[in-house]
Design a protein around this ligand. Structure first.
Ligand code: ADP
Ligand code: MG
Length: 212
């Protein structure tokens, strides 16, 4: 669908309702990077590392060896105590030459943590600019009610700041809940334009790639 995957050094927003597979997609992207020798960092403002590892294990994804080899680091911060300046500081401190993929899951609590501080726009702009300069790819997830709406509690500026936007959506068909994915934009790529259904099954989210 992405015609060769997410281009290196770009910023991607994965937007979708709860349970549509944002965290799993982010984990699978990090895992793919690790298999190619690219170190990854995940900053989770939702599930803790133990929970993420457990979910991954459910799909047969063994992330622990990557963590032991120093290729993957799962960091958890409670959204209740979220301090965005400290988060940026921690991200900067953990960035090394080897780190090529970074995930923040999710940015939906940013607005609350932002209250009374510098604007959303400035913060997100600084974050994106930092990653552009580092050469690493950044993937942000955000909770959205509608497929093309902005992630809740987040700034619409991200829709223009992001190089790539992937939308995830629930679909009900014959009383069965399915998920669908679309690439809304991918700068410099002739990406697939249609929505594709997928199921989150035995080995994780499986998207039909026929025609790619
Ligand atoms: N350990 C698991 N066992 C079974 N299904 C799971 C498990 N983890 C996730 N899923 C399925 O994957 C869906 C998406 O998970 P997740 O990536 O956490 O969604 P999001 O981050 O968008 O809220 C869940 O709603 C569930 O259906
Ligand atoms: Mg999630």
């Amino acid at each position: 669908m992405l015609r060769g995957g997410i281009p290196e050094g770009t910023t991607t927003l994965v937007s979708g309702a709860t349970g549509t597979g944002k965290t799993l997609l982010a984990l699978s992207w990090l895992m793919q990077g690790c298999r190619e020798g690219q170190a990854g960092l995940l900053f989770s403002l939702e599930e803790n590392a133990g929970r993420l590892l457990e979910n991954a294990r459910h799909f047969g994804w063994d992330l622990e060896p990557f963590m032991e080899w120093g290729l993957l680091q799962l960091n958890h911060q409670s959204p209740v105590e979220l301090d965005l300046d400290r988060l940026l500081h921690t991200i900067r401190a953990k960035m090394t030459e080897r780190v090529k993929r970074v995930v923040i899951d999710s940015i939906s609590t940013f607005a609350l943590a932002m209250a009374g501080k510098e604007s959303h726009v400035d913060y997100l702009w600084n974050l994106v600019r930092f990653f552009k300069a580092s050469g690493a790819s950044l993937l942000l997830t955000g909770e959205a009610r509608e497929p093309f709406s902005f992630p809740q509690d987040s700034s619409s500026v991200l829709f223009s700041l992001a190089d790539n936007i992937i939308c995830l959506q629930h679909r009900v068909e014959n009383l069965i809940n399915k998920c669908a994915i679309a690439v809304l934009k991918m700068r410099g790529s002739d990406h697939a334009k249609e929505w594709r259904e997928f199921v989150i099954g035995g080995t994780g989210p499986a998207v039909p790639v026929a025609g790619d």
